[in-house]
Unconditional design. Sequence first.
Length: 253
Amino acid sequence: MTTAPRVLAIHAHPDDIEFQCAGTLALLKERGCSITIATMTPGDCGSAEQGSADIAKTRRAEAKDAAGLLGADYLCLEFRDLSIVFDNESRRRVTEVMRRVKPEIVMTAPPVDYMPDHEQTSLLVRDACFNAPIPNYDTQAQSPAEPIDRIPHLYYVDPIEGIDWFGKSIDPEFVVDISRTFDLKQRMLACHASQRGWLLKQHGIDEYLQSCERWSKRRGALINATYGEAFRQHKGHPYPHSNLLVEVLQRVE
């Protein structure tokens, strides 16, 4: 029997994973994959009423509850909102998480998106995938994990609204049919109650679940499915080119 791969889904803020790839994670969980959901920050700027420490505590708890519905682990790397940068300390921190989780499949933010936290996350995760197998790359952690065996398969989720900075569409490489797991995806997203209030205050959006449903329908329509989630795979040298994500999803349950 083929061993199910370990999966790390890492994005900038609590609820990003739920919006962009929770349905696919649920399908992978059904196929025996061990899932870790990680956020770079605890969402500490995501409130107009609470201070950063209080809202961070709330949003960590919401993220943990959402991961629990999936049977996934949750961790936060404790960067701060709007302060994720590509520097050596950040590279070491993300690489250490990569070594501790030891994923064979990694999902993360796209290289181009509407805000720098997402784009810096994408770059740091890409770099960590490359660095994690290198024995002489020292993360300077107190009890460092061992290097992983190889560079994992790296996938980018959709940018918000599927567009770049100039409103031009960014086409996905492939779309996963999540029609069967969409209800779980929505229940996971609904755990992030504080985010709904923040989006209403900051962006005038009061359709948290509905906007997710509309986008999932648009991606699903590309493959004649009710709901879908879209991905692109990083295939630059020397990252793996085989599509392990699709291979696992196509295995007989």
